[in-house]
Design a protein around this ligand. Sequence first.
Ligand SMILES: C[S@@+](CC[C@H](N)C(=O)[O-])C[C@H]1O[C@@H](n2cnc3c(N)ncnc32)[C@H](O)[C@@H]1O
Length: 230
Amino acid sequence: MSEVFSTVSRMSQSEILQRTRRDYDDVAELYDDLIRRGDVVTDALSTAMVDAFAGLVRAGGSNSPVVDAGCGPGQWTDHLDRAGIAAYGVDLSPAMITIARRYRPDLRYDVGSMLELGAANQSVAGILASFSLIHTPPDLLPLALAEFARAIEPGGPLLIGVQIIDTAGPDGWAPYDHKASPAYLWHLDALVDRLHDHGFDELGRMRMAPPAPGKPPAGYLLMRQGTGQG
Ligand SMILES: C[S@@+](CC[C@H](N)C(=O)[O-])C[C@H]1O[C@@H](n2cnc3c(N)ncnc32)[C@H](O)[C@@H]1O
């Protein structure tokens, strides 16, 4: 494990969140530029998954909003709103939230943590976590998943985007030397196992080819919170 990860493994939860916040504040404008420039394949495949998520929210018929957890510059909150889905964004990084609000001053964007969404129990129709859970160390992941399970309505969809390892080690994850901030690669089966522990069932998944040589593949898990009706 590199120096960075052994440092992170000694940090408290609040130190980790502060570090992620600072790292993303530093790169927020650069990250936004990258997102706006986009990549045709990644954008097409990601949009397909976000639209599938939106379709499930619509079919659920809830009047509650969905949360874009770790929304960054807010491109998916914006996309969901344009698709007719009430959505708001939450992100640790005030600089990211400033950018998101710049594009859509009419939408709700909150500075906050997905470990404590601040939503009432079962008050959100769905949760999107697009490449944001990747920065949560595996030992803190149960906190985030428990928070999602608490906030989401029964039957609500959860879409998670992560970078992937195809071959599972014993833990199902590996450190990922992400450009912005320390992150973790997940084997999708291992992540599904963790999600099962919090009442989520898998509906489907996508694996995208690595965007460039030497880069990990990325993908999505589309999950649904059990209705508790067996
Ligand atoms: C790689 S960016 C992804 C942004 C956007 N969701 C996207 O798909 O482009 C990761 C974002 O997650 C946010 N983030 C990481 N950990 C978080 C946490 N615990 N709570 C809220 N936001 C978090 C970061 O601040 C950053 O904006």
